[in-house]
Ligand binder design. Structure first.
Ligand code: NAP
Length: 255
C-alpha cells in the first residue's frame, strides 16, 4: 500500500527531501510550491503550485487527496504557511512533521544588530546615508522606500517589479548558492558598509555573513518569526527517520 505525502516546499531541503522520498516505492509524493518564482528550479517529483486558501483550504486538500502525512519544509520566514500547515493538520487529522533549519549563531567578530521585521531594519540603518546590501526577497524590500537617503544593492532571483521608488538602487539578478569569496568581492566592489539579512541558516547564503565578518561590516539581522510547535527535525536524515516511524503501522510503532 502506498502512503500519500504532501511536502510544502520552496527550499533546497524540500527539493532534496522530495528526491529522497521519491525513491521509495511505497510513497506517492506531491511537492507544493507557493508559485511566486517565475522560473523555479526543476523539481524531482510531481509538483503543484499556488496557495490553498488558508488553513481550511489546506485541510480540505489533505482530505480530498487522502493525504497520510504532511511535511512542512518551507522557508523559516514563511510563517503564515507554517501556521496554516499546523492548523490544517489538526483540522484534517493528518500527522505533520516539519523541517526546521537551525539559524546561524553569532560568531566572534560578527557585528550583528538584531531587529524584528524589515520595517525595523529600515529604521536601524539610521539617519546618515549608507551603502546597503539588501539580501532580502523582493516582497520584503518595499519598506526601504521609507529610507530613500541610502544607496541600495538589491539581489533577487526575479526582477523587482515595480522597481523600488528610491533614486539610488543597483539591481542584480542571481540565484544562490553564493560562496564567501564571491560575496567578499561583491561587498568590496559595491563599497557596501551594511548588509540587511534574514537569519536563514544553512550554507547556501552564509557566504555574505562570513564575508561581512572578515571585512568588519555590520549586519542588520532580521530575527526569525515564531513558528508553531510540531514534531520537527533540523536536517533531512533526521526527518527521513521520522517519516519512516510515522508511516509504520501503529502496532509496529509501539505508540
Ligand atoms: P508565507 O507568508 O508563509 O505564505 C503566504 C501564503 O502563500 C500562504 O498563506 C499560502 O497561501 C501561500 N504559500 C506559501 N508557501 C506555499 C507552499 N509551499 N505551497 C502552497 N502555498 C504556499 O510565505 P511566503 O509568502 O512564501 O514568504 C514569506 C517570507 O519568507 C518572505 O519574507 C520570503 O522572502 C521568505 N521566503 C524566502 C524564501 C527563500 O529565500 N528561499 C523562500 C520562501 C519564502 P494560502 O494561504 O492561500 O494557502
Amino acid at each position: 500500500m502506498s502512503h500519500r505525502i504532501l511536502i510544502l516546499g520552496g527550499t533546497t531541503e524540500a527539493r532534496q527531501l522530495a528526491g529522497r522520498l521519491a525513491a521509495r516505492p511505497d510513497v506517492e509524493l506531491t511537492l507544493s510550491l507557493a508559485g511566486r518564482t517565475e522560473n523555479p528550479v526543476a523539481q524531482p517529483v510531481p509538483t503543484r503550485a499556488g496557495g490553498f486558501g488558508g488553513a481550511e483550504g489546506l485541510a480540505a486538500y489533505l482530505k480530498d487527496n487522502q493525504t497520510d502525512l504532511l511535511i512542512d519544509a518551507t522557508h523559516p520566514y514563511a510563517a503564515r504557511i507554517s501556521a496554516n500547515a499546523a492548523k490544517a493538520a489538526r483540522l484534517a487529522g493528518v500527522p505533520i512533521l516539519a523541517l526546521r533549519r537551525p539559524g546561524w549563531e553569532r560568531q566572534e567578530g560578527d557585528r550583528w544588530t538584531e531587529v524584528d521585521g524589515a520595517a525595523n531594519a529600515a529604521v536601524a540603518l539610521g539617519p546618515a546615508a549608507r551603502r546597503v546590501f539588501l539580501a532580502l526577497g523582493r516582497q520584503d524590500v518595499g519598506v526601504f522606500e521609507a529610507a530613500a537617503h541610502h544607496h541600495y544593492l538589491l539581489r533577487s532571483v526575479d526582477p523587482v517589479e515595480p522597481p523600488l521608488g528610491t533614486p539610488g538602487v543597483d539591481y542584480l539578478l542571481a540565484r544562490g548558492p553564493f560562496d564567501e569569496a564571491d560575496e567578499h568581492r561583491l561587498l568590496i566592489e559595491h563599497r557596501i558598509d551594511v548588509i540587511v539579512s534574514k537569519n536563514s541558516g544553512g550554507e547556501a547564503t552564509y557566504g555574505k555573513i562570513a564575508a561581512a565578518r572578515a571585512l568588519g561590516i555590520e549586519v542588520i539581522m532580521i530575527r526569525r518569526p515564531v513558528l508553531p510547535t510540531v514534531p520537527s527535525a533540523a536536517g533531512i536524515v533526521e526527518l527521513l527517520a521520522m517519516v519512516d516511524h510515522s508511516l509504520r503501522p501503529v502496532a509496529e510503532r509501539g505508540v
